[in-house]
Design a protein around this ligand. Structure first.
Ligand code: CA
Length: 281
């Protein structure tokens, strides 16, 4: 087997463009491998992530990225798709043969085909360039959190809906903030100085179908993360339903109608067009 250790590398470019720029690693620091051939963006990412306490490794080619990842396995990979030595999707496929580290694709390509190709190869999320650094950081935290997602038994709220995952029940409060009727009319002496508190509206039970429950549980398990449509279809309907994206649209619309405060403008059960769905806490 060929060694990938840098001190053994005498081949062309072996010391290469791969560069280890890790600071002193403390325990619990997540190691991010950035694979990007655009120098300005690579530099900006490196500076930003290091400033936020991440340990950073960088590579500018797919080959160097895979070599680095095998030497020092990253906790998460940020991957450009257009690399000088080939397509980033091929890097994901190779990486996935031995690593489960989450991969966030950074790409200027916006077609559904590109996104689906990367997700099917095993990417965990997809950020379209140009992106806001805050958004990338949020996605990064989300994929790093995926192992401590919501446990069965937790109670999750979506707007005024309260979802009890253990009891398999959903209740929904009435609209809040309605002021009670004025107790005292002008000029009328108050016959009863103790104001009668407005009764709290009883939460109403919401019925979810079996399919809606299954979809919701998968989404809630991974807060903030993109769940590819293909994975949802596979987990809920089984293999061979990849072309049934309309099932998902139908049942997700049902979930939004029942759970979101403003279903046409959902804030928690989000569609990522051409890619999948996301539960945003
Ligand atoms: Ca590129």
């Amino acid at each position: 087997m060929r060694s990938t250790r840098p001190d053994h590398g005498h081949g062309p470019e072996s010391a290469g463009q791969a560069q280890l720029s890790a600071g002193p690693a403390g325990p619990g620091r997540a190691r991010v491998l950035i694979v990007e051939d655009e120098p300005a963006l690579l530099r900006a990412l490196r500076i930003d992530l290091r400033a936020r306490g991440y340990e950073v490794q960088t590579a500018t080619t797919g080959r160097d990225a895979l070599a680095l990842a095998s030497q020092r396995p990253p906790d998460v990979v940020l991957l450009d798709l257009g690399l000088p030595d080939g397509d980033g999707t091929a890097v994901i496929t190779k990486l996935r043969s031995w690593s489960q580290a989450p991969v966030i694709v950074l790409s200027g390509r916006t077609s559904a085909q590109d996104k689906i190709g990367a997700l099917d190869a095993g990417a965990d999320d997809y950020v379209t360039k140009p992106f806001a650094m805050d958004e990338l950081l949020a996605r990064l935290r989300a994929v790093l959190r995926r192992d401590d997602g919501i446990r069965p038994g937790a109670v999750v709220t979506i707007g005024r809906s309260r979802i009890d995952l253990a009891a398999h029940t959903v209740t929904r409060d009435g609209p809040a903030g309605e002021p009670g009727p004025a107790a005292v009319r002008e000029g009328t002496p108050d016959p009863d100085p103790d104001p009668v508190p407005e009764p709290e509206p009883e939460p109403e039970p919401v019925h979810l179908t079996r399919t809606e429950w299954r979809l919701l549980e998968i989404l809630l398990r991974s807060p903030g993360q993109l769940i590819p449509a293909s994975r949802l279809l596979g987990e809920v309907w089984g293999e061979g339903h990849d072309h049934h994206a309309h099932y998902l649209r139908f049942h997700m619309a049902g979930l939004r109608r029942k759970l979101e405060d403003d279903p046409p403008r959902p804030r928690h059960l989000l569609t990522e067009p051409g890619m999948g769905y996301r539960y945003q806490p």
